[in-house]
Design a protein around this ligand. Sequence first.
Ligand code: SAM
Length: 249
Amino acid sequence: MDEAEFFTRLSEPVWPQLEKSLERLVRQRLDGCPVAYLLGYKEFWGLPFRVNRSVLIPRPETELVVEKILTLPLSPEPLILDIGTGSGNIAVSLAKELPLARIMATDISKRALRLAAENARLNQVDNVRFILSNLFKAFEQSQMSFDLIVSNPPYVAQDDWQKLDRSVRDFEPKKALLAGQDGLRFIRRLVRKASQFLQPAGFLVMEIGAGQAEEVVRLLETGWSHVEIDNDYAGFPRVVSAQRKSDLA
Ligand SMILES: C[S@@+](CC[C@H](N)C(=O)[O-])C[C@H]1O[C@@H](n2cnc3c(N)ncnc32)[C@H](O)[C@@H]1O
């Protein structure tokens, strides 16, 4: 229930059954389980998203990725690819904002895709298709050419794993977070491959880790123009966008 309902019903007795399940929830919370997993729900971009332990809980800073995309000069009916869609938060939010867009959302996790498809239904969008794929694999044989490729990829470096909050480390999916020794395993592959699947002058937008901007800008030195970095609410550089150089073959 929301806060207002909570206070109006404060004097109501709690059924023993409900008391038991509340106690169970409190115990799980004390064990570190994030509230979003206990509720099975998280709001993102003002929309409701179902979540479970097969997907990362959508973060407020990822809304900056959506915000950035909405500033780009995209065609009126853009073809968009979201890589590593998780709960579908980016793809579904874009689908709402850009109803004429056609969006393909991929993930390597079947369970994540099932939930993402549920979230598309929950939010009544029908312009997203969900596809099982290891990065660009499902598109290798196709001639698909996107106007925009977006990704919030795994970007945690191996050595930073232990520094993560216990509620993240113990409850959120490892394969949504970990990205090799330096945390750039996926970002490097995305930068290297994205041009092949982008229109000339198409856009690549990625969320990156707090200390990764310099290295990511370096990766984008060849073949990309208009490289821009946006900061999160704490002032850390977290969203990178770039445009494919249109003179590339
Ligand atoms: C950081 S989470 C982002 C989830 C969601 N897009 C968000 O913004 O909250 C990264 C996602 O990438 C997926 N993933 C990991 N490796 C992948 C791969 N090789 N190909 C496609 N998706 C992958 C994970 O399953 C996870 O859902």
